[in-house]
Design a binder for this molecule. Structure first.
Ligand code: SF4
Length: 213
């Protein structure tokens, strides 16, 4: 398996139940719901993406020929960035990380004492051995990841409503205001939703408030 990685960096998780926790983020290249090309955004299945996930030209990015090579690079980023060799935490994101992640990669990292998390749009089947699964749905088409740790609904969306997901098998249910030109209004609507439906908690993209990646 050959892995295409946009970037690997050490940061603080900004969203959801693990918000505030130090992590290495590994951003895989490519997504199945948008090409990443601006001129194709309007007609994409997912058209509010705020991430550059194309290519392999970011920090520590590149092509990795084996799971072990990618896992070793992630370990090096952790060791170089922290003064604690425990509490290791890796978050796979994208793009859509489900297109590339493998059980072998997950277990390589677990052997190196990492807790392994993923942030997925839920349209690709995932390895069974992941430790933490965050699903952020963008479409019902091909939606297959119906259980996990947290469901994070970017709110509002034209073609999806959070209520459609409320019976799925997740530990946490989050509403996260969409970060676009209507953000203030999206935030008010999200607050209102969480007040009315207390199964759902508010997730803020705190990394954007404090100015970190
Ligand atoms: S599914 Fe995620 S990575 Fe893909 S285009 Fe949408 S927001 Fe971006």
């Amino acid at each position: 398996m050959n892995f295409s990685v946009k970037e690997i960096y050490h940061t603080i998780q900004g969203e959801g139940a693990r918000s505030g926790r130090a992590a290495v983020f590994c951003r895989f290249s490519g997504c199945n719901l948008w090409s990443g090309l601006e001129h194709q955004r309007k007609n994409a299945v997912c058209n509010f993406c705020d991430t550059d996930f194309n290519g392999t030209d970011g920090q520590n990015g590149g092509k990795f020929l084996t799971a072990e090579k990618l896992a070793s690079t992630i370990e090096r980023v952790w060791v170089d960035s922290t003064s604690d060799s425990d509490h290791r935490y890796i978050v796979f994101t994208g793009g859509e990380p489900g297109l590339q992640i493998s059980a072998e990669l997950v277990s390589s990292l677990q052997t190196k004492r990492f807790e392994v998390a993923i942030e997925t749009n839920g349209t690709v089947a995932l390895p069974e051995n992941l430790d933490w699964v965050t699903v952020s749905p963008k479409t019902w088409n091909s939606f297959v990841v119906t259980k996990g740790s947290e469901l994070k609904f970017v709110f509002p969306q034209k073609k999806l409503a959070p209520e459609e997901f409320k019976l799925l098998d997740f530990e946490h249910f989050y509403i996260q205001p969409k970060f676009d030109e209507q953000y203030d209004d999206n935030l008010l609507k999200s607050l209102d939703f969480c007040l009315k439906y207390p199964k759902w908690k508010l997730s803020l993209q705190t990394h954007k408030y404090v100015g970190i990646l």
